[in-house]
Structures are given as C-alpha cells and as structure tokens.
Design a protein. Sequence first.
Length: 84
Amino acid sequence: MLTPPPNQHEQAAKLRLFLVNRIGNCNGKWRGKLRAEEQRALLGRYFGRGTLVIDGARARVRYQVEHMFGGEVETKADVAWADL
C-alpha cells in the first residue's frame, strides 16, 4: 500500500511545534542531534548522524558534519521545509 506524500503545511506545523517544545518559540533556531527514528518521524527521512539545524525564521533544515575532532564543519544538506 502506498502512502501519500506529506502535506507541506502539516510538515511545517510539525517542525514549528518541535521548535516551540524545544526552545520556546517557533521562529528560533535549534541545533542538535536526533536519532534515526526521531529524524524519520519529524522530517520524513534520515539525514545522518551529524548535527541538524532547524531554523524557524528561514523555514529550513540544515545537516552538518564535522571532520575530525574540532575540525572543519561541512554542510551536507540545506533543505526548505516545503521540500522535505
């Protein structure tokens, strides 16, 4: 059975609610790591074990990885919420 693609408005609402629960407002920025199942539930896909930056003001999700300990940070993905 095929599941329909997520509604972009529902996806945005889910991300804004996540921000409110984590930082207290929906226009702020949260930076941290989520387990694979948490990423799939919130974002609809798994980016990886790196750091996620969920930006409510820009309505974007950025996925970053750090090379070596304390080394350079590389942005692997910078995706609009509507494109998740």
